[in-house]
Design a protein around this ligand. Sequence first.
Ligand SMILES: *[C@@H]1O[C@H](CO)[C@@H](O)[C@H](O)[C@H]1NC(C)=O
Ligand SMILES: *[C@@H]1O[C@H](CO)[C@@H](O)[C@H](O)[C@H]1NC(C)=O
Ligand SMILES: [Zn+2]
Length: 434
Amino acid sequence: MTSIGLIILLLLLLQHSSVLFAWQDYKDYHVFELTPRDANEESLLRKLAREKPQWDFLGSRRRENESTVRVMVPHEEASSLVSLFDSHQLKHRLLIEDLAPLVQAQRAENLRSRLHLQLPHIDVLAAFYTHAEINAYLDSLPERYPKRAQVKQFGWSYERRPLKVLTISNGDGRRNKPVILIDGTVHAREWISPSMALYIIQQLLENYAENQELLQDYDWVIMPVVNADGYEHTHTVSRYWRKTRKPTTDPECVGTDINRNFAHEWGRDAGSSSDPCEDIYRGERPFDQPESQVLRDLLLHYSQRLNFYLSLHSYGNYLLLPWGYTKDFPDNYQDMMAVAEAGAMAIVHATNGIYSYGSTFYLLYPTSGDTTDYALGVANATVAMTMELPAGGFLGFDPWVSHIEGLVTESWVGVRAMAVEVIRRYPTIVEDRK
Ligand SMILES: *[C@@H]1O[C@H](CO)[C@@H](O)[C@H](O)[C@H]1NC(C)=O
Ligand SMILES: *[C@@H]1O[C@H](CO)[C@@H](O)[C@H](O)[C@H]1NC(C)=O
Ligand SMILES: [Zn+2]
């Protein structure tokens, strides 16, 4: 790097961290890997995850019988964690002794790759972008694609960031086509999610020649960042933040899980938490988060023609269908399974990437108040799905910049195949919306 480049990099580092905010550097944070050996040990881990919100069990709410679970703790907690695990004879090993240099290396990689950023142009594969940069890019699209791209602000985040939605059409002027609606970044730290949303946008706009069929009879509506405040927080303060940034009833704990805040079977204890300090805190009431209200309004706005709702998350390689709140299956479960299967098969053929698909409750664990249950149960989406993109990096949520391309190109194969299947099954608006 030239010395000017180095100076700019230092300036960027300063501007992005120490001046405005105290960047959480994760100094001496330990990451342990746990290997539960039976159902008793699994339920013990789930119990610990509930009792110890200061230990970040990154895998504890993942699938039952998953072979390993990672937990991140500040070093002053490490010895009590180890002795607790020893006393229960839980198999564990120290994976990372100090998370700080790794987080810092990723941060430097990302800042370096943004040195030549010339907004509003962005190269999706070359860096992770902030909410403001993503908005600048979205805002530039109608000028470049006047017939095909429309940007609309659907509301504001709690910290007053404008929440924007892009509609993409083929420009033929036909109104009221059925809609594929995609959101990203409901959870702040899942950085591959906004990258994926942006990659989809580029495929539909810039790579139109290859993807025309996807816009012949359908419009696509894409909201790359739902949890704008939380996402900004992961860029400026704390890389592994998940929830919103609105204060809660507990002065010690900030933020609500948007994906437990929706008003379909909201508030069940099996699938959400009433404790503001937990990562799956559901809020005091459904939709008490401005960002949830915006996504709700978006879903309801398109509900008459919502043939496919897809929510992009990471990680785990899952295509998750409703319901999350009950073990029962929705009436059109088999139809949704056929769409998921089309995606999973396309990916396995393209890259050998393996996805599991099925209902959230059945495949993962109970959730209540999530966005797909609402999309199906209230907004009458024909197909509603959460896509858990593959893991990356140290904790799953933190792929390196150099891995973006592999992740999004593989995932696009699946998204595209599912869109093709939805369009084939439902060539027009599905009239009988329940
Ligand atoms: C997990 O393992 C236990 C014991 O081997 C088994 O009974 C249970 O069905 C498994 N659960 C899943 C979801 O595979
Ligand atoms: C969804 O379908 C039900 C049953 O037909 C209907 O009562 C309800 O108004 C629909 N919801 C929306 C948002 O259109
Ligand atoms: Zn998520």
